[in-house]
Write a protein that binds this ligand. Structure first.
Ligand code: GLA
Length: 397
């Protein structure tokens, strides 16, 4: 059953497009946000992740332009008009669209593109992957001969996700892994996706835990990945692994095959900088936690899932160092609220969002209390989103 919000955002996008360009879009594609349940900063070292797609959306509408210029419109960020040869000068959201146009080899045609959505941006919920996957899908849809009702199949979703990652890595310059693009393109309704980033094999994992709900808490602290410490963390993990590989110590796969204590022993003997050891410890432990979480979810074991969330947060904060003092303060305060079972920072960190597992009794009241505490401790812009159900990846019409 398509989420009614997905249909509403698509309809609104079409209406904005018609109002701005006085014509119907040739194609419309819509991609969700994602939340990662566990497995953080594990994707760029060929590890495991467990994201699911949220019913918050970015929709992109496209048509050939009436005039000689490409016009990029965001209902949130305004308008940019560019000659086809000047696409590289696009800024902000326009850089992502220009990257998608280049990746789709559409630079030679002037286009009208409008972006609309309802997800918070720079909130750790993958607004950029959502924008890129929706834009690439809309550009593809414009030139694909498919019947109106046919949705992209899995192979095409994967292709769009890989293209989105190339834009993010090569055009935007963020050295991210594959989790976000994969989740927003390929997610299955009601499920989380266990992705093995070594070979992109994946398994859908159930997410319903009897008597419990998933809730997402935006901290109100924005962080742009390109400007954050993200790249430095990626570099540190890769440098440590390269050092171990050079010492002939199983380099690339060690974080998925060895436990943290073994990893530390080997890393020390390879002369890895001591400041990098806690990073490796976190990644090895979070890789294992992905499999434990799958075990818990498949058995409906809420207490076990809750424990994994708590340990995951502590590791991300204390070992990997990407939490913030106010987020840790909220983490402690959140656990004191009656009904909060599990809570952790999700995504890259340094701001962004948290994911919580809460008891269903008095859910609305609990969400209200979580929001009050989040606003008091983290930011007046903090917001709580209940997850009625995880949704499917990109779709189009
Ligand atoms: C960001 C990146 C992902 C992943 C997470 C951390 O969302 O885009 O590739 O590394 O951070 O798990």
């Amino acid at each position: 059953m398509p989420d009614p919000n997905r249909i509403a955002v698509m309809e609104a996008t079409r209406a904005h497009f018609v109002e701005r360009f006085a014509a119907e879009p040739r194609s419309l594609a819509i991609a969700p946000a994602r939340v990662n349940l566990i497995g953080e900063h594990t994707d760029y070292s060929d590890g495991f992740v467990l994201p699911a797609a949220l019913p918050l959306y970015t929709c992109v509408a496209v048509a050939p332009a009436a005039g000689p210029e490409t016009v990029l419109v965001s209902t949130r960020f305004g308008e940019q008009r560019l000659a086809a040869a000047a696409l590289h000068s696009a800024s902000g959201f326009g850089r992502y669209l220009a990257g998608a146009i280049g990746e789709s080899s559409r630079e030679d045609t002037a286009l009208s593109i409008l972006v609309h959505g309802d997800m918070p941006v720079e909130a750790g919920l993958s607004s950029s992957a959502s924008l890129l996957v929706a834009a690439l899908a809309a550009l593809r849809r414009m030139t694909t001969e498919t019947t109106l009702l046919e949705q992209p199949g899995h192979a095409l979703r994967l292709e769009l996700a890989l293209a989105a990652r190339r834009v993010e890595n090569d055009h935007i310059g963020v050295p991210c892994g594959f989790m976000d693009q994969f989740a927003v393109a390929c997610a299955v309704e009601g499920q989380a996706m266990l992705l093995d980033c070594l070979d992109n094999q994946h398994t859908a994992v159930p997410t319903a835990l009897p008597g419990h709900s998933w809730v997402v808490i935006y901290s109100g602290i924005r962080r742009e990945l390109a400007a954050s410490d993200y790249g430095a963390r990626v570099e540190a993990v890769k440098t440590a692994l390269a050092r171990m590989a050079a010492a002939d110590l199983d380099g690339p796969h060690i974080l998925r095959t060895h436990n943290p204590a073994q990893v530390e022993l080997l890393a020390r003997s390879a002369g890895v900088a001591s400041s990098h050891l806690p990073l490796l410890n976190h990644v090895a432990a979070d890789n294992a936690r992905v499999h434990l979480m799958r075990y818990a979810l498949e058995r409906g074991a809420a207490p076990m899932a809750a424990t994994i969330l708590r340990l995951g947060h502590n590791s991300l904060s204390r070992q990997f160092g990407v939490s913030l003092p106010v987020i840790d303060e909220f983490f402690e305060a959140g656990y004191k609220l009656d009904g909060v079972r599990g809570l952790r920072l999700t995504g890259a960190g340094m701001g962004g969002s948290l994911v919580a597992l809460v008891a269903n009794d008095n859910l609305d009241e609990l969400m209200g209390r979580l929001e009050t505490v989040a606003r008091r401790i983290m930011s007046p812009d903090a917001a709580v989103f209940g997850v009625a159900g995880f949704v499917a990846g990109v779709s189009w019409r």
